[in-house]
Write a protein that binds this ligand. Sequence first.
Ligand SMILES: [Zn+2]
Ligand SMILES: [Zn+2]
Length: 154
Amino acid sequence: MNIVAKCPKCDAGLPVNAADPQAVIKCGRCGTDLRLDVSDEVRRDSSVDRCPVCSGKDFYIRKDFNPQVGLTVVIIGALISAIFYWFGQDLIAYSILAAAVLIDLVVYGRLKDLTVCYRCHTEFRGNYKRTAAAFDLHTADVLEQEYERKIGRR
Ligand SMILES: [Zn+2]
Ligand SMILES: [Zn+2]
């Protein structure tokens, strides 16, 4: 499993190899020491049961989607279709635009899920069982505030 631990001070993403974790990592941006407590489940890539950064047990699942890639496909599609439109080939123009949107949807559907910690936003990627539910705004509000009070950001 790959973990991207989020620094509680500056939100920098710090990659961690869960199979061979260090007990303490230093944030490359602000120099804060981050204590990691990696559970056996996480170490073995079998499930995400406890967050190594904040010890929270609440996670949500989201698609591992890079919005920039999706946008690029649509923009390129729009540019090509604009050329055809210019030459009066409306039908081809619309088909290309539709195809670009379709490619986006297909790519989105094939993306793997990634697990995110509600409290500190640490991310988990691997072959483990997905047990978390989809993102819930209310849960996020409650847990983020609790965490920020705990680490003294509020
Ligand atoms: Zn930091
Ligand atoms: Zn966490």
